[in-house]
Write a protein that binds this ligand. Structure first.
Ligand code: KG4
Ligand code: ZN
Length: 353
């Protein structure tokens, strides 16, 4: 048959991921090895440590992706790998592995932009999603609103002037003494369900700026001050907190989440108006990136998008957080258009990249 098959490798941050996807959109395998335990222990990503963790598991993760797809390297058509943005020490681990496979098996190779992959994976899960569309990409390191006019043609409508929303979720979770073995986002989402979002007053960022940019540093500070004024002690884990203390933490989680997401809603509404002026044929707004796996985020943005006459497209949570499928799929989109590099030399010095 005329299908082709691509291996995608992703090591830009704290997850080591690999996946094999067929050009018809079939996901043959999907493997993610997370450094969550390391992160919980040290309270954040330290580049050197993350690099070592990637190096330790990369061969295993790629082998598992091949095994689960019942394939060997010889069955691949090409290799796609994230080349940025991200921690350069970590990116190198993935790029070296990709070049080694492509070199040894004479396969074309593609360098993939991490944010493009977050946006385009929506075209794998929603076959009806045509260009042009709007994408809101929300993760730990990025907060981007883009107009995707065509493959490789992206107009930036807005970005963060300081922190990304995921960073604000993670810090809030840490200061509230939540279990950090998972990332902070899901922990806040859970706890917020127990709280009253209107019990604490936080102000929506950048109200006076009539653009599509974001800011989360100020909201982080507001949260920190509220936590201090309620004498919440992060050293007491929430599991050992008394009931009043637990409720006070839940109220802050709920209030934080409401305002953090209201900021997204306002910016998306304006982005839709801007984008429709440039491309009146837009029908969809995509949300992707780790924070897009949040149900509250999804339901609030669904309302905004519908109210403005568009449809929300949101990949399933496992494809919103960092993964290899999005890299492989973006590789498929590029490969189809003839955008790939020739195989690297079979033997290259260890430290080439
Ligand atoms: O896209 P991603 O996996 O990695 C980056 O490229 O940064 O996003 C990770 C971010 C973290 O900040 C994490 O707390 C957040 O996504 N996140 C969530 C949820 N799941 C992951 N934030 C809010 N609610 C969630 N359910
Ligand atoms: Zn990401």
């Amino acid at each position: 048959n005329s299908y082709f098959t691509i291996l995608g490798i992703e090591t830009s941050c704290d997850d080591t991921a690999a996946a094999i996807v067929r050009s018809n959109g079939e996901i043959l395998s999907h493997v993610v090895s997370s450094q969550a335990d390391l992160l919980a222990k040290y309270g954040g990503v330290a580049p050197k440590m993350a690099e070592e963790a990637h190096s330790q598991v990369i061969n295993q993760v790629v082998q598992e992706a091949l095994d689960k797809a019942c394939m060997t390297e010889k069955d691949l058509t090409a290799v796609a790998v994230t080349i940025g943005p991200g921690l350069s020490l970590c990116l190198r681990v993935g790029v070296q592995k990709a070049r080694q496979i492509a070199g040894s098996f004479n396969l074309p190779i593609m360098g993939i932009h991490h944010m493009e992959a977050h946006a385009l994976v929506a075209r794998l899960t929603e076959k009806d999603l045509q260009f042009p569309f709007i994408a809101l990409l929300i993760s730990g390191g990025h907060n981007l609103l883009i107009l995707a006019r065509d493959l490789g043609q992206y107009v930036q409508l807005g970005t963060t002037i300081d922190d990304a929303i995921g960073e604000a979720y993670d810090k809030t979770a840490k200061w509230l003494g939540l279990d950090m073995r998972r990332s902070g986002g899901p922990a806040i989402e859970e706890l917020a369900k127990e709280g009253n979002a209107k019990s604490v007053n936080f102000s929506v960022p950048m109200k006076q700026h009539k653009d599509c940019n974001f800011s989360y540093a100020g909201l982080k500070t507001q949260v920190r001050l509220a936590i201090e004024s309620k004498k919440i002690d992060a050293k007491i884990p929430i599991s050992s907190a008394c009931i009043e203390d637990r409720l006070a933490r839940a109220d802050i989680a709920a209030a934080f989440q409401r305002i953090a997401v209201l900021h997204l809603e306002e910016r998306c509404e304006r982005a839709i108006q801007w984008a429709l002026k440039m491309e009146p044929s837009i029908r969809h707004l995509v949300i992707s990136g780790g924070v897009a796996s949040n149900q509250y985020v999804r339901s609030r943005l669904d309302m905004v998008v519908k109210k403005n006459g568009l449809q929300l497209v949101c990949p399933p949570p496992r494809l919103c957080t960092d993964n290899g499928v999005m890299v492989a799929w973006t590789g498929i989109e590029h490969f189809r258009m003839g955008r790939y590099d020739p195989p690297p030399p079979a033997e290259e010095p260890e430290d080439f990249v």
